[in-house]
Design a protein around this ligand. Structure first.
Ligand code: ATP
Ligand code: MG
Length: 499
């Protein structure tokens, strides 16, 4: 019997200027393992995976692959060994087709070196079938795909190679339920064939569904590795944050709600039809529905990111025609999309500039130049409030961990103090401790009179945080529930189109 151990990373250390990202980390994997790698935002998970993929070199430590010591000099070396890392930040090339993306650098040729497009097409078709994208032609440009679909193409790419270790860095942050179940099916199949998988996620339910081992990191150190069946959610949370979190959701009082701020009356767009609701001052309105219910389309139409074909939006009683998110912003309506990467952080700019970008006029000094003192005070406040992990406020946004970049986007909108803030899946990719900070802030700001519309697919989250919930189903409004009426059964039965 061959050695079951496939990978052993031993005593790994890695630093960045001002940050010790990894301290003496050990990671051991056997064939067929599905290891869940957990930790707060900035704990070092992605960095460790980048050491494994050859993207970073560790300052200290050893790596053993299939029992032998190896040096992973760069990404190509890792791939040749059978180590495939699908990064949190996607990196497929948009201008190429699906097939070209999958076989890039690995194009099949016929005798004489001619690219064998026929073989590539056939193989791509089969792979697309496996990842649930069978309805796409192999030569479809990748730019036509949604984020989730691009993610599945990355996975198809890993399947096309002889993958012995597959790393998925927060793969489900952009996926819907159906895509998640396809992904889990693939993981189970690969693991039964002996591929070892490292799975990074902030969704603890998934850990119990898919993994057999769990490894927890905190502040660049290894906290513990244990068998999934020997642990539970509460223990994992405590190990991750280093303290016990009793309530994942704060108490929502909702006794300060005022008059109507925003009204949506008969709103229709491509898919959603005849949506009507209002939001009151200081209220948190939940927008709930299952996949394809039209929640994102509804909010994108409100902020002018999609064309409104019928209906009216009123702010404080006055009809407004909002043609773009920029205009929405000027009218006091902020929107934080669920896809926070595309939404555009200025990655090369500092954390401070990214947070202050919506309120530049407030931080300008004489002569129209940025007053760095003012900018610093404003940003430091938000860095503290949201516990954004960064060496300084002047650090470029790109060197923060994925979850901390998300917090910047949230901070930038909170700093702008809009009348109404629309949040689409606000806590996706954000660790448990930071989630609670965001909920507390929503409560605090709503008491100060800011209104929220929160789109969320997490039922416990919408129920805990909303004062009222509007439920959509297949582009139509199916119901509106007051807080007293909330129940999991009622919300779900409404969301699937019943009553
Ligand atoms: N390229 C870089 N330059 C400087 N610092 C970096 C760089 N990459 C990561 N860091 C720092 O290293 C630490 C670990 O970051 P890492 O991205 O590994 O966290 P993570 O556990 O993946 O978090 P998340 O859950 O938010 O994705 C953080 O403090 C981060 O700011
Ligand atoms: Mg990460």
């Amino acid at each position: 019997m061959s050695n079951p151990q496939i990978l052993y990373m031993k005593g790994i250390h890695k630093s960045f200027p001002g940050v010790k990202a990894l301290t003496n980390i050990d990671l051991e994997l056997e064939r067929g393992d599905v290891l869940a790698l957990l930790g707060e935002n900035g704990a070092g998970k992605s960095t460790l995976m980048k050491v494994l993929s050859g993207a970073y070199q560790a300052e200290e430590g050893e790596i053993f692959f299939e029992g032998k010591p190896v040096k992973i000099a760069g990404p190509k070396a890792a791939i040749d060994m059978g180590i495939n890392v699908i990064y949190q930040e996607l990196n497929n090339s948009d201008v190429l087709s699906i097939a070209e993306n999958i076989y890039m650098g690995n194009l099949k040729t016929k005798t004489g070196g001619i690219i064998d497009y026929r073989a590539i097409e056939e193989d791509t078709k089969a792979l697309l079938e496996r990842v649930g994208l069978g309805h796409y032609e192999p030569f479809t440009p990748v730019e036509n795909l949604s984020i989730a679909e691009k993610q599945m193409v990355e996975i198809a790419k890993a399947l096309a190679k002889n993958t012995k270790v597959l790393v998925l860095d927060e793969p489900t942050a952009a996926l819907n339920d159906e895509e998640i179940s396809i992904l889990f099916g693939l993981i189970r199949q690969l693991s039964s064939e002996g591929t070892a998988i490292i799975y990074i996620s902030h969704r603890l339910d998934e850990v119990f569904e898919i993994s057999n081992k769990v490894m927890i990191m905190r502040d660049g150190c290894l906290v513990k590795t244990l068998l999934t069946r020997d642990t539970n959610k509460n223990e994992l949370i405590t190990l991750m944050v280093g303290r016990e979190i009793k309530n994942v959701y704060p108490l929502r009082k909702g006794d300060h709600i005022g008059e109507v701020v925003l009204e949506v009356d008969g709103l229709s767009s491509t898919y959603v039809k005849d949506i009507s609701f209002c939001v009151r001052k200081g209220e948190i309105l939940g927008l709930f529905g299952l996949m394809g219910a039209g929640r994102t389309e509804t909010v994108e139409t409100i902020v002018g990111d999609r064309k409104m074909t019928d209906g009216e939006v009123r702010i404080e009683g006055k009809p407004v025609r909002i043609m773009s998110p920029k205009q929405a912003k000027e009218l006091g309506i902020g929107y934080i999309p669920s896809d926070r990467k595309a939404e555009g952080l200025f990655l090369h700019h500092s954390v401070a500039r990214n947070i202050s970008i919506n309120v530049l006029p407030q931080i300008l000094g004489p002569g129209g130049l940025v007053n760095f003192g003012k900018e610093g005070r404003l940003t430091n406040k938000w860095i503290q409030k949201l516990k954004i992990k960064t060496p300084t406020s002047q650090t470029p946004a790109e060197s923060l961990s994925g979850g901390n970049q998300q917090k910047i986007v949230v901070a930038k909108w909170l700093a702008a103090q809009p009348k109404v803030l629309i949040l689409n899946e606000p806590t996706r990719g954000i660790d448990v401790g930071a989630k609670l900070e965001i909920y507390n802030l929503m409560n605090e700001l709503s008491e100060q009179g800011i209104s929220f519309i929160m789109v969320s697919s997490e039922l416990p989250e919408v129920m805990a945080m909303s004062d009222r919930i509007v439920v959509l189903h297949e582009g139509r409004q199916k119901g509106e529930l007051m807080r007293e009426e909330f129940s999991q059964e009622k919300l779900l039965s409404t969301a699937i189109g019943g009553n």
